[in-house]
Design a protein around this ligand. Structure first.
Ligand code: CP3
Length: 355
């Protein structure tokens, strides 16, 4: 089947996730989980025993298989492409690795105007394996299951490049931001270019929605977010707006930023567990959907607590819709933790679909 026919065949079915994101009436309440593909699943760990993380991210068959694993197991309404936010940086030629238990580690951190000028650019061909994987997935996914593509937002990518790896306080990132705003904006501009290219490749390959992960933006005040970050994230959303698919914007600890993140141009705002969904709608404003926001640590608290909290978040999602949200997509407030019992997720999906 040609690329065009395939996406048309898929779009003929209304995805519950897309309906909820765009003010339609989904056939069932859509649910998926950030980090659903990965270390909570024994079948994932079995594959990774023989394949490195980055090696897996650039192997279309492995990407397809790992992306499918949580769909088969949990009957979620969306697959999220198995990849990582540093994949486009690696593809562009930046020397980095993803270290188990640590996260991305950058060989030569970016800290000066010269470092920024020397950053490589991303061309479409170097992420061809990801486009290929998306093609395989569109053939394999059930008709009702949306495929979500994603990228890291410029700020979260910048924090890894500047710190050289994960950080607690982001002191070097903030030092560059406050101390040398010209270099900061030049870096953010280059990272926005990479993010736009990576998202456009995924959109052209046929993903049904995209999520921009600005996971660590919650480290910033609203004023600093608006000055140093929002213009670059807004450019990312603007430059993919010609594709008619829902755009989701997510970060952790972003209660103070929800309005500004909505203004950046997303259709759906991801909310962590700190802010109730109906309150998030007040901050976001009407006309957008909300996604979230079960605390991922609750999944360790036993079946009664999980059931009670799932019911509470579902009711809160309904309240968010009454308060002006165009829909609610059920999710966690951040990613599935590695030690999570996958059966707890499967049962949560069953319950959500039954309510
Ligand atoms: O299921 C999915 O959500 C798709 C896969 C996915 C991964 N990374 C795979 C992965 C997604 C969406 C990401 C995004 C990502 N990567 C983010 C944004 C989401 C978030 O959690 O806020 C961030 C900040 C990263 C950077 C990163 N990569 C971190 C912090 C880590 C974890 C470090 C660790 O090992 O605890 C990674 C590694 C990573 N990315 C793993 C997976 C499955 C674990 C690597 C492994 O299996 O060895």
């Amino acid at each position: 089947m040609s690329e065009m026919m395939r996406s048309r065949a898929r779009r003929a079915h209304p995805f519950p996730l897309v309906a909820a994101a765009t003010g339609g009436r989904p056939e069932r309440r859509p649910v998926w989980f950030m980090r659903q593909a990965g270390r909570s699943l024994p079948e994932y760990r079995a594959i990774r025993a023989d394949h490195g993380m980055l090696e897996s991210c650039f192997d279309p068959e492995l990407v397809c298989e790992i992306t499918m694993q949580p769909v088969r197991r949990h009957d979620v309404d969306a697959a999220i492409l198995f990849s990582d936010i540093v994949v486009p940086l690696k593809a562009a030629g930046i020397d980095l690795d993803i270290v188990a238990g640590t996260g991305p580690v950058i060989a030569d951190p970016v800290r000066t105007a010269g470092d920024v000028a020397n950053l490589p650019r991303l061309d479409d061909h170097s992420v061809g394996a990801i486009a290929h994987a998306i093609g395989l997935l569109l053939d394999e996914l059930p008709d009702q299951t949306a495929l979500i593509g994603f990228a890291g937002a410029p700020f979260t990518l910048a924090s890894y490049l500047i710190e050289g790896g994960p950080s607690r306080h982001y002191e070097r990132t903030k030092a560059l931001m406050y101390g040398d705003p010209d270099t900061w904006h030049a870096l953010m501009g280059r990272l926005a270019d990479i993010t736009i290219t990576f998202l456009r490749v995924q959109l052209e390959a046929g993903v049904d929605a995209v999520q921009l992960f600005d996971s660590w933006a919650g480290m910033l005040s609203l004023a600093d977010y608006q000055t140093f970050v929002a213009p670059h994230s807004a450019r990312v959303f603007a430059e993919i707006a010609d594709h008619d698919v829902p755009r989701i914007h997510f970060g952790v600890g972003t209660g103070e930023l929800l309005g500004a993140m909505a203004d950046a141009g997303a259709d759906v705002i991801g909310v962590d567990w700190r802010v109730p969904l109906h309150e998030a709608v007040r901050r976001v404003g009407p006309g957008k959907a909300v996604q979230g926001n079960l605390d991922p640590t609750l999944l360790f608290a036993g079946p009664e607590v999980v059931e009670r909290e799932v019911r509470r978040v579902v009711a809160d999602g309904d309240r968010a819709v009454r308060a002006g949200a165009t829909g609610h997509i059920m999710n966690l407030g951040h990613g599935v933790l590695p030690g999570t019992d996958p059966d707890v997720l499967t049962r949560a999906v069953e319950l959500i679909h039954s309510l």
